[in-house]
Write a protein that binds this ligand. Structure first.
Ligand SMILES: Cc1cc2nc3c(=O)[nH]c(=O)nc-3n(C[C@H](O)[C@H](O)[C@H](O)COP(=O)(O)OP(=O)(O)OC[C@H]3O[C@@H](n4cnc5c(N)ncnc54)[C@H](O)[C@@H]3O)c2cc1C
Length: 477
């Protein structure tokens, strides 16, 4: 479970409280830990099987270490730019061993807190590798301190498979953890790249471009289309491209990487249009593939669809075997930690029969997401371009942060707030924010979208002054 996302009070009348139901979960990422916590709270007998770290890849490899690296990069840049704020400092230096220790400390702390929270709810945690051995049985293989292996078979009334995903490796590349890196080799790498070639210009790719350019590395980004973040609003992508160019990042647009070779002291990336780029290191950020192998899904009769994602048969995230659920990246829905957590919570409620009373289905179209570049980019709900594409009439209001006192005080006037609403009712349908703290500020629009609030609800909120949030109120006018 994501720390800070504690379950709220759940009132279950004693008379209707179900008998202890045996719920076995394979995979302790955001989906698995959240499902475990909620189901245990509702009275289930929960066993959670995790082979690495409680908190999952989200904590060990993805969300947490990447944002910790970005935070250190931001500190490095802030110190380098301190003279502009009137502070003279010596030239800063990145201490890689110290950075590695810091990231390890954060991951360790989160794992400890996550484990304590689960245990406090009565969840049994088994450190081992789980697999289905039948529709109602899970086998867990554990390794003792002396290296000896043993297996335990668990019977279950309900099962959740939430084993996540791992980086996709293209046929033309062979990661070696030294020069050819996946995202998992970069927290931090053994040395700061002199010249990093990033392959993949989606969310992960641009975060790594930002991360390493803030540490002072020269970066080249291979962009297969004509725009970084091809799925995003062009106006939003343009702000990021401007920042990349300001940092000296080289954008190789309209080029698809088709070859990657190591040289004695670097890498050579070949593109399909004949262009070749030499760098000291390459980083692969071309998406992920699901961890669905070796799980015994066939033994349990669970259907697996295209690309290895487990097929869901309804919005409760049940597979074709009614008491076996799938959540998180393995479900092939929206690959976000926040979505995985919410799926876990909804599954726990369904397993425990809570969905017979009124409840809200998970709506993926209302998931807020953020990109932790500088400026940050965040959006939620209906995008202006998507409304335009389907011919839907919307009202779009945009206010630049430069109009707020706080942006001037921060010395950073970049970016804007955009709110998309229904012109007839004023109901907020979506929005995007580019700028400092966009990932935090988007929560206001996310709440409005989920709760069906109107723009007037935002405009009439008494916001703090001076604050960047004032741009939100102005955009809602
Ligand atoms: C670089 C990067 C940065 C990201 N940053 C963000 C971000 O900032 N915000 C955000 O919302 N999302 C982010 N994501 C996406 C996010 O990490 C995933 O969507 C999220 O981790 C999915 O959660 P999950 O529960 O499906 O699985 P995971 O977090 O992948 O956890 C699955 C767990 O299952 C365990 N497991 C697998 N097989 C077995 C088995 N057989 N037995 C026992 N255990 C097993 C694994 O060890 C793992 O711990 C990022 C992704 C990447 C690649």
């Amino acid at each position: 479970m994501t720390v800070g996302q504690r379950p709220g009070p759940l009132i279950v009348p004693i008379a209707s409280k179900p008998m202890a139901l045996r719920f076995v979960i394979i995979g302790g990422g955001p989906a698995g830990t959240q499902a475990a916590t909620y189901a245990a709270r509702l009275g289930a007998e929960v066993t959670l099987i995790e082979r690495d770290v409680v908190g999952g890849a989200a904590h060990l490899w993805d969300c947490v270490p990447s944002k910790a690296m970005i935070a250190t990069g931001a500190a490095y840049e802030d110190i380098s730019a301190a003279a502009e704020m009137g502070v003279q400092v010596d030239v800063p230096e990145v201490d890689l061993p110290l950075l590695r220790t810091r990231i390890g400390g954060i991951v360790g702390r989160l794992a400890t807190v996550g484990r304590q929270l689960l245990e406090s709810q009565g969840v049994r945690i088994i450190e081992g590798v789980g697999r289905l051995s039948g529709p109602r049985t899970v086998v867990v293989a554990t390794t003792g301190p002396d290296g000896s292996g043993s297996e335990e078979e668990l019977e279950a009334d309900a099962i959740l498979v939430s084993t996540g995903s791992r980086p996709r490796i293209p046929d033309f590349a062979q990661p070696d953890g030294e020069r050819v890196l996946t995202t998992r080799d970069a927290y931090p790498p053994r040395e700061l790249p002199r010249h990093l070639v990033v392959i993949g210009s989606g969310v992960t790719g641009v975060e790594f471009v930002h991360m390493f350019s803030s540490f002072g590395s020269k970066v080249t980004l291979v962009v297969s289309r004509q725009q970084v973040l091809p799925q995003k609003d062009p106006e939003v992508a343009a702000v990021l491209e401007e920042d990349f160019l300001r940092r000296g990042v080289k954008l190789l647009k309209g080029a698809r990487a088709v070859g990657l070779d190591r040289t004695d002291d670097g890498v050579v990336v070949r593109c399909d249009d004949g262009r070749v780029v030499e760098g000291s290191h390459a980083l692969l950020a071309i998406g992920s593939i699901p961890n669905s192998e070796g799980l015994g899904l066939e033994a349990a009769g669970v259907a697996v669809g295209d690309g290895g994602y487990v097929t869901t048969s309804d919005h409760h995230l049940r597979t074709n075997v009614a008491h076996i659920y799938v959540a998180g990246d393995l479900s092939g829905k929206l690959p976000l930690s926040s979505v995985a957590s919410m799926q876990g919570r909804k599954i726990a409620e369904h397993v425990m029969g809570m969905h017979i009373v009124s409840h809200r289905h998970l709506d993926y179209d209302k998931a807020a997401s953020a990109i932790f570049t500088d400026p940050e980019i965040a959006d939620v709900g209906l995008a202006e371009a998507d409304a335009f594409a389907v011919g839907r009439k919307v009202r779009v209001t945009k206010v630049p942060f430069a109009t707020t006192a706080k942006a001037l005080i921060n010395g950073d006037t970049r970016g804007f707030v955009k709110i998309v609403s229904d012109p007839a009712t004023g109901v907020v349908l979506g929005g995007s924010i580019v700028g400092r703290h966009a990932a935090e500020l988007i929560s206001v629009i996310a709440l409005a979208v989920t709760a069906g609030l109107r723009v007037s609800d935002i405009a009439e909120s008494l916001m703090v002054h001076p604050a960047l949030a004032e741009a939100l109120a102005d955009a809602a006018e």
